[in-house]
Every structure is written in C-alpha cells, then in structure tokens.
Design a protein around this ligand. Structure first.
Ligand SMILES: *Cc1c(COP(=O)(O)O)cnc(C)c1O
Length: 483
C-alpha cells in the first residue's frame, strides 16, 4: 500500500469542498454575535470533495474486515454478518424511533424485544432474559449482581467465585468488580474442569462457579451436569459464560443442564458486526428463581399490547439506559428468524466441523497441547517453531503477508505461545484450505527462511510495531519504514 497523507497535508487555501451561490439578501450576523459565529476553525483542512472521498475510502481499505477475508480470531466468532440484517436495522421506522417515545407509539419495537427474549429462552432453555447489557462483559457483571442479590435475599451473602483456569479473561474481572474474591479451579489434562479439584474448592463460602462452555480451549465441559450437582449441593449457583454458544446453538440447552444464569453475545453468535468498539449486546438469561431480580424495565405482553414494567421491587435496578443496544437486538432477531431452528442447528454443526478440519489439517505442523476433540475453535502453540526461535507473534504477523487476519495470540493462558483459531461456519472449504496452506507455508518458512517471519509483516502500511508503545503513544503520521 502506498503512503496515505494526512488530510491536513492535502490542504491548501485555494481548495474548496463546496461552493454556495452568492447571498441575494443582506447578510445579518449581529443577532448571532457571541453565540455561534466564528470566523473559521484554526488549522481546518481545506480540500476538494473528491480528495475527501478518496482519502477516506483508501483509509477504509487499509482496514481488515470480514467482508474482504477470513478472520480466524479465536474466541471472537468473527462470522460473516448477512446484509439482510443491516437492511432490517435500517428500516426508517426502527431507525428513527426515539428512545423516549411512550410505549403506545413503539409497540413494534417492544414486540421485537419480547420476541427476541422468547427466542433466546427457547434456544437456551432458560426462563427469562434481560436484553439490557451492552456487551458480554457487562452481561457477566449483571449476572454477578443477580447472584449477589439472590444470595443476599437468602441471608447468605458469600464471598468467593470459582473460575476455572480455562475461563475467558473477563470472567475474573467481572466477579472482582462485583466485589467477589476469585478462586481458580484447575483443569485436568483433557482441558476440562477437574471434578475433584472442584469438589475440594466448592465450600459454603462460594457464591457461584463461572464456567465458560465450551471453554477457551474450545473443549466442551462434558461433566456439566455433575458440575452443577457439586455446586448446587453446597448452595452455590452456576453461571455459564455463553459467549461461545456458536458451538452449541440448536444442539445444547444450558437451562436443561443445571445452569442457573447465562450471558450470550449477540454480536458473536447472532451475527452483528463487532470489534473496533462498535455496539454489542450481552443479554442475560436466568432460571425462575432469579427472574424477579432482573433489571427494570421489563417488557410485558398484555391484552392491551406491550408495556414496560418498572414496578418490580426485587429488581437490581437499571443497568443501562433504555432497552440495550436496540438495533443490535433487531439484527440478532432478523438473523434468528432468517435461519430458523434448523438453520441455527446447522450453524453449530458447520462451525464445529470447520474447526476440526483445521485442527486435523494442522496437527503435527503446529503443537497441540490438548489433543481432546474440540468444538468451534482449536488452540495450537508455537512449541515446535520456538525451538528455532520463532514465536507465535512471528507466525501471526507473517499471516498478514498472506492476506489473512492473525488468530488470537497468547490466550488462553494455560497454553504457552497460544494460537487460537476460530473459523466459524461462514467459511467455505476453499477459504479454510487457503488458511491451512498459509499456515503450512509459514511452518516451512520457520525452518528455511526464519528471517522472513522475524521481520513480518512486509506488505502492510506499517511494519512490525512495538505494540505496547504503539497503543500508548500512537504515531499517526505515516513514515517511510526504516531500512
Ligand atoms: C468475547 C467473550 C467475552 C466478552 O464479551 P464482550 O462482548 O467482548 O465484552 C466473554 N467471554 C467469552 C468466552 C468471550 O468469547
């Protein structure tokens, strides 16, 4: 990619973005004096319209996105998002509806919310949902708040939350922010929760177990029923991090398997563009006993239509303005209704098939610490390449030269030098083979031309960065790479 100047560098006093006809009435600015009139904006770039369009279009092309290529970022479920969802979200009546509109005027919106709740109840086997949380991590926090409220009501507030070492990193932080002490539960050599360790750690001081299922190794916690029994026998609750539901939709209902509370990531499993800080949605589902505690307002369906119920004395209160990320919820509903029950089941089946295809194809080329069959993602490591001084970062950076997004790196922590790959169901056999081919080529390069990996990427606008310094002290002006 060639150098893209800053828009300020394109600026010249002679350039104009637009031209208005001469005023045909007397100019009057006195009335506005001291209010909104200023002579100009210091340093504001002056460029032509075409320069603005080309500048920003070129910048947009420097971005990697799912619409251009395979995006195997593990744990993030970077699936392709069907454009029909965007069409639905752009229907003017939805797009233009005001969050302060009274329920009588937004019956359709409330129907969308209620229908989505009902779909999620059916998909997960839980009894009720709140759609308010804005992301998975906020869903976790709300989940922890619900657990705390529930135990406090029972007169048995507890102090500790158990979290397996294979959990997602947001789990311990959510429990901690909610005021709990976190105790780690060890995994066994299959990469699942060690039942003996759990039985030892599960005391009457423990409020809940937070279990990511399938866990961050992509391995299904097949002892989930037994896990629930152990936790419940000591009066604790089971929280499931359901951000990995892409592996399970239509196949497994957590609510039937001893899970008391769960969050989903609509922006992962149910297809909304995410990453880059865009809006997300992390609904929380609960079993009956926790339902009265859900955040207000709750959408109610009555004889006279839909309404918002604010009078719920046991509620933990509001956790977000309005009803959550409405357009994300709308896109998720469009996605669920488009696929239907059979289609959702196929999502999980193909996601798991694709991940296992990659795992089998790269087995032996890259090290697999846990050999257990995986669901929707697989975790390799750089152990073989490390013997020659090549680390996971070198492999990840070299993938950029092959036109591919790097996988998630150095996570989960129980796999040193991890490369975590989640292909999702939307990738074709051809795209998977292309990725596998690139990964094999890079493994050969690690032996034959390791310097190519060490200095990668070579084709991107910027080369190897000091990532910490780049985040803390970004240099936005494009400079010729040194050397
Ligand atoms: C992505 C993810 C989260 C966090 O979700 P955000 O929406 O990014 O806050 C939590 N748990 C797991 C397993 C995840 O993959």
């Amino acid at each position: 990619m060639s150098r893209e100047p800053l828009i300020f560098e394109l600026s010249a006093a002679t350039k104009k973005g637009f031209a208005l006809p001469k005023l045909d009435v007397p100019e009057k600015t006195e009335a506005l004096q001291g209010l909104a009139v200023r002579a100009g904006i210091p340093g504001f770039p002056q460029v032509s319209e075409v320069e603005v369009v080309r500048h920003f279009t070129r910048l947009s092309q420097a971005n990697f996105c799912i619409d251009t290529s395979f995006y195997p970022l593990g744990s993030c479920t970077m699936k392709y998002n069907p454009k029909i969802n965007e069409k639905v979200a752009a229907i003017p009546d939805f797009l233009g509806s005001h969050p302060y509109a009274p329920p009588e005027l937004v019956q359709g919106n409330l129907e969308v919310l209620k229908t989505l709740e009902e779909c999620l109840v059916e998909i997960t086997g839980m009894d009720a949902f709140t759609l308010q949380p804005s992301a998975g991590a906020q869903g976790e926090l709300v989940g922890m708040m619900l657990i705390r409220a529930c135990l406090k009501e029972r007169g048995d507030p507890r102090k500790i939350v158990l979290i397996p070492d294979s959990a997602h990193g947001t789990n311990p932080s959510s429990a901690h922010i909610c005021g709990y002490r976190v105790r780690e539960v060890k995994s066994n050599d299959r990469g699942t929760i060690d039942l003996d360790a759990l039985a030892r750690d599960m005391t009457e001081e423990v409020a809940a177990l937070m279990v990511t299922n399938p866990n961050t190794l992509g391995v299904f916690e097949s002892d989930i029923l037994r896990i629930g029994e152990i936790v419940h026998a000591k009066g604790g609750l089971v929280y499931m991090d359901g951000a990995n539901m892409n592996a399970l939709v239509g196949k497994f209902r957590p609510g039937d398997m001893g899970v008391d509370i769960i969050h989903l990531n609509l922006h992962k499993t149910f297809s909304t563009p995410h990453g880059g800080g865009g809006p997300g949605s992390g609904p929380v589902g609960v079993k009956k006993q926790l339902e009265p505690l859900l955040p207000i307002p709750v959408v109610e369906k009555g004889k006279a239509g839909y309404s918002l119920d604010f009078s719920r004395p046991r509620s933990i209160g509001r956790v977000r303005s309005f009803y959550g990320s409405f357009l994300v919820e709308l896109k998720a509903l469009a996605y669920i209704l488009t696929l239907g029950a059979a289609g959702l089941k196929e999502v999980a089946e193909i996601a798991v098939l694709n991940s296992n295809y990659i795992r089998k194809s790269l087995e032996g080329v890259y090290h697999l610490k846990y050999a257990s069959p995986t669901l929707h993602e697989c975790v390799f490591s750089d152990k073989f390449q490390k013997e020659r001084g090549i680390l996971n970062i070198d492999i990840a950076k070299r993938l950029i030269d092959y036109g591919l997004h790097p996988p998630t790196m150095s996570f989960p922590l129980i796999v040193p030098g991890a490369l975590m790959i989640e292909p999702t169901e939307t990738e074709s056999r051809r795209d998977l083979d292309q990725f596998i081919g690139a990964m094999k080529a890079i493994a050969r390069e690690a032996v034959e031309t390791p310097e190519l990996l060490k200095s990668a990427p070579h084709v991107s606008p910027v080369r190897r960065l000091d990532e910490t310094a780049a985040a803390r002290n970004p240099v936005l002006r494009w400079e010729e790479p040194k050397g």
